[in-house]
Design a protein around this ligand. Structure first.
Ligand code: PEP
Ligand code: MN
Length: 466
């Protein structure tokens, strides 16, 4: 045997979990969605740039690897068993201009700060996930938007069209999918550098929380913050040097709404020969597109990523059981996460039948609360907003329902930012409508700002330690 032959034998073509294939996956059934009812898509297949954009995406490298995706599924399996807690946070809609080092680091920092507080509250590891690096497509309640006497196509997220209310900007442009891919790649690159390069060192994160605690508005959290501080200093004094202190896993998630994008970025894992969506680690189906016989549920049933499904107040127990059958027929723990968004006024009545039906069926799923989307109101001055108190009330209701059913409240899904915006009402550093004109930045839904996000984490920690 020559040296070249030996090398060939000893060097596998691909490392475990690598995807070196170029071109959208060719796999039986992956195109079945094209024949099914498909909601919330732009009509752009006749666009002169569509084929080039689709081909370019298909030949680009994957954004995430199958091995990482499988690791996340293992982490989520721990959440399903009640041995970890999931924190998902980020913008309602990412923007191309928002891909800056400052904004990304502020958001990642805020999620890490929240995670430290929740780790303490839950006495459990926290799986950290951003609505980031791909959260560019938005479902809309109406195809058209009218302002005064002008009616134009609705804004569908920057992966589809522009936010400016002009005819030109609202025309769907497939080249935007390629821009979204590159923006996602640079976001992920920075997130990986931050979370693996010392930025996530627990001692540093704890220092950031100090700034928040110095404000008298947050005095009620002093006890928890003091306990966390002592625990971190104790570990430091003991010379604890384990890896978990210094770096952290951080996963990327988005709504898998735009199926042209997801299809083009689907690749086959070289180890198992199975398809993965490589646009992000975790993808979810939204409340408006989770029809059992629709294209979205079909497509996601055929890829191996861990999946989320949003469940609103009109969801029936039968639907939930059928979703499990379709999306998790093998009952793999970690495969399926239900993200409930009932509204504070509904959760105590609407969630129990769903949780009980799943519990009684024996399926193991992750239950997460999204306390944002069922609590959206219009402020007196016309802005879309949410009251911090309603958001917290839904979180409390979520814990109450799970405690009563004997099931595990596994996580929190929030729209938040690391910046000092004014989009949600309330919090200890009170935000009212008068701040919206100057500090409302979101293009779609209102987010908790940096302080509101941390305050929520402390309140949840309080609820978890009670
Ligand atoms: C969202 O998460 O921004 C969203 C649109 O949620 P839902 O599908 O729950 O309405
Ligand atoms: Mn939203």
């Amino acid at each position: 045997m020559t040296i070249a032959d030996e090398n060939r034998l000893e060097t596998p073509l691909t490392a475990p979990g690598e995807i070196l294939q170029t071109g959208a996956a060719d796999y039986p059934g992956l195109d079945a969605w094209r024949q099914l009812p498909l909601k919330q898509q732009p009509d752009w297949h006749g666009h002169p740039d569509f084929d080039d954009a689709y081909e370019e995406l298909s030949s680009n490298p994957p954004l995430v690897f199958a091995g990482e995706v499988d690791k996340l599924k293992d982490r989520l399996a721990s959440v399903a068993k009640g041995e970890a807690f999931l924190l998902q946070g980020g913008d309602c809609a990412e923007t191309f201009d928002g891909v800056t080092a400052d904004k990304i680091s502020a958001r990642v920092k805020t999620i890490l700060q929240m995670a430290v507080v929740l780790t303490y509250g839950a006495s459990l590891p926290v799986v950290k996930m951003g609505r980031m690096a791909g959260q560019y497509a938005k479902p809309r309640s109406s195809d058209m938007e009218t302002r005064g006497d002008v009616t134009l196509p609705s804004f569908r997220g920057e992966i589809v069209n522009g936010f400016d209310f002009t005819e030109q900007s609202r025309i769907p442009d497939p080249k935007r999918m390629v821009t979204a891919y590159h923006k996602s790649a640079s976001t992920l690159n920075l997130v990986r550098a931050f979370t693996e390069g010392g930025f996530a060192d627990l001692r540093a994160v704890q220092q950031w929380n100090k700034g928040f605690m110095e404000n008298p508005a947050h005095a009620r959290y002093e006890q928890i913050a003091g306990e966390i501080d002592r625990a971190v200093r104790f570990m430091d004094a003991c010379g604890v040097e384990f890896d978990g202190l210094k770096r952290t896993e951080f996963y990327a998630a988005h709504e898998a709404l735009l199926l042209d994008y997801e299809r083009a970025l689907t690749r086959i894992d070289s180890r198992t020969g199975e398809p993965y969506v490589t646009s992000g680690h975790f993808v979810w189906v939204g409340e408006r597109t989770r029809d059992l016989d629709g294209a979205h549920v079909d497509y996601l049933s055929r890829v191996r990523n861990p999946l989320g499904v949003k469940l609103g107040p009109n969801t029936s127990p039968e639907t939930v059981l059928e979703l499990i059958e379709k999306l998790d027929p093998a009952r793999e723990p970690g495969r399926l996460t239900f993200i409930t968004r009932m509204g504070a006024a509904n959760i105590r009545e609407k969630l129990p039948p769903l949780v009980e039906a799943v519990r009684d069926s024996g399926a193991e799923v992750v239950w997460v609360t999204d306390p944002m989307h069922g609590n959206t109101i219009t402020a007196k001055n016309g802005y879309k907003t949410r009251r911090f108190d309603d958001v917290m009330d839904e979180v409390r209701g979520f814990f109450e329902v799970h405690r009563a059913a004997g099931t595990y409240p596994g996580g929190l899904h929030v729209e938040m930012t690391g910046d000092d915006v004014a989009e949600c009402l309330g919090g200890s550093d009170v935000i009212d409508e008068s701040a919206f004109d100057a500090r409302y930045e979101s293009l779609v839904d209102p987010r908790l700002n940096h302080k509101q996000s941390l305050e929520m984490a402390f309140l949840v920690a309080e609820a978890l330690t009670q």
